[in-house]
Design a protein around this ligand. Sequence first.
Ligand code: NAD
Length: 497
Amino acid sequence: MQATESLVRSVVAQVLSELSQGKRYDAVTDIMGNASQGHSVQSRLTTGRHGVFSCVDAAAKAARTAFEQLSERTIEDRAQMIERIRRIAIDQCEELGNMEMDETKIGRRKHKIEKLRTLGERTPGVEFMRSQVFSGDHGLAVIEHAPFGVIGAITPVTHSLPTITGNAISMLAAGNTLVVNPHPAGKQIAAEGVRRFNQALSTEYGIDNLICVIEEPTLESAEELFHHPEIALICVTGGPAVARAAMNCGKRAIVAGPGNPPVVVDETADLDRAARAIIRGASYDNNLLCIAEKEVFVVNEVFDATLDAMRRAGAVQLSQQEVDALTAVAIEAVEHNGRSRQIASKEFLGQDAVRLAQAAGKQVSPETELLFGETDEHNPFVSVEQMMPFVPFVRCRDIDDAIAKAKQYEHGFRHTSMIHSNNVRNMTRMGRVMDTTLFVKNGPSFSALGVEGEGYISYSIATPTGEGVTTPMTFTRERRCSLIDDLRIVGPVGGKR
Ligand code: NAD
């Protein structure tokens, strides 16, 4: 009885405090919803403020209110808000990157930090927004790009806060707000980042909840987000299951799905350069990136020389026996829809090369970034998106064979592929055959995202739905304004209008 009374008192105090800060009714329902579910007072006090919500409905409504407030602001205001998000991502990348590493326990600490900084620096913002104009004898047609409203975003464990940071910059630049259902294994860093972004934005620009996050994300809360009436557009970043769920949810979805990027090396390649690129791309964040090199097909003529180049560049080769030992523990079979399929074992996903080597029965130096080994095409490391720093190398008869195998093991995701070659015909043919969203020639995979290459970055690369590397423009609706016969100022002064 006493406990109930104190709970009610605490809820009332919280409600009064929220109302005195000008919060809307949704904050109240959120708090009451938590209370009825028996959540602790501490947890109730942290929900519904600065974007962190326990309930999808309250988050979506708060994001809608924030959208309406944002719609009253200028593009310059938006640019300044985005600059604030950038500064947090850049200035606090060390602390936040360490938090992400400590929570998820996958990938490499230095890359967790670097990813946040890079996304803060290079994600395109309002400067990327463009209008189009058609001007002719009959006047003007202006095509402007408007926001959708509130976007529902699903983010992966492989880059929890980095994906949210990039999504937030792009989506806000286009004038939207967002509600994120993060991966449960990266939920704390997701909530902490979102809280910091909103705290700064609400203090300095007077709008809270521009970016909302579900504090305890589940598959059910993802489903609720997909179907919530306030959610105008879905953007998911993840593997096959969530990609399918989003495409079947009945709303427009931008889907950044899985990949299994193959690399081809032909006889004209600069092998030392190729080896360095493969090592840097495949070892980045312990191969967690969806674009990272996952299997390599090398023409027979330079196969042995390519393995030599890999060793010279610092990667460690596993023997046949060691590859078998690693395969036995790092790839596992699961039942899915009554069928057995192979996936990367959670125990090894995103772990260091040293740990993988131990599992293979080999001692390697702590500096080792990447392991590799010769396998045939039937080794599961070739077909499975392993997301760990071991890469299989498959000997191929010639370039035709290598391209055909690359095509087969990319599984039709049309995500990313790479070639190392100085033969323009081979490069062109592979580009055409693969038909992937990203195609990199003579560099590491990440150069396709403007890191040591041209272009711009996003960690949501929409593959099955075709939007490519997402930008603010991806999150807009086209609106056309037509003015008939007037306002074209070029033309006969005294003649026909
Ligand atoms: P994951 O598919 O396990 O989870 C991704 C997100 O989807 C998580 O938030 C998860 O909770 C949610 N989810 C999973 N199944 C769902 C379902 N049925 N309904 C609703 N939500 C669901 O993937 P992960 O391990 O977090 O991330 C790695 C995967 O994401 C890899 O396959 C990688 O290629 C892909 N990825 C793609 C891109 C891209 O830009 N294309 C970027 C990063 C990661």
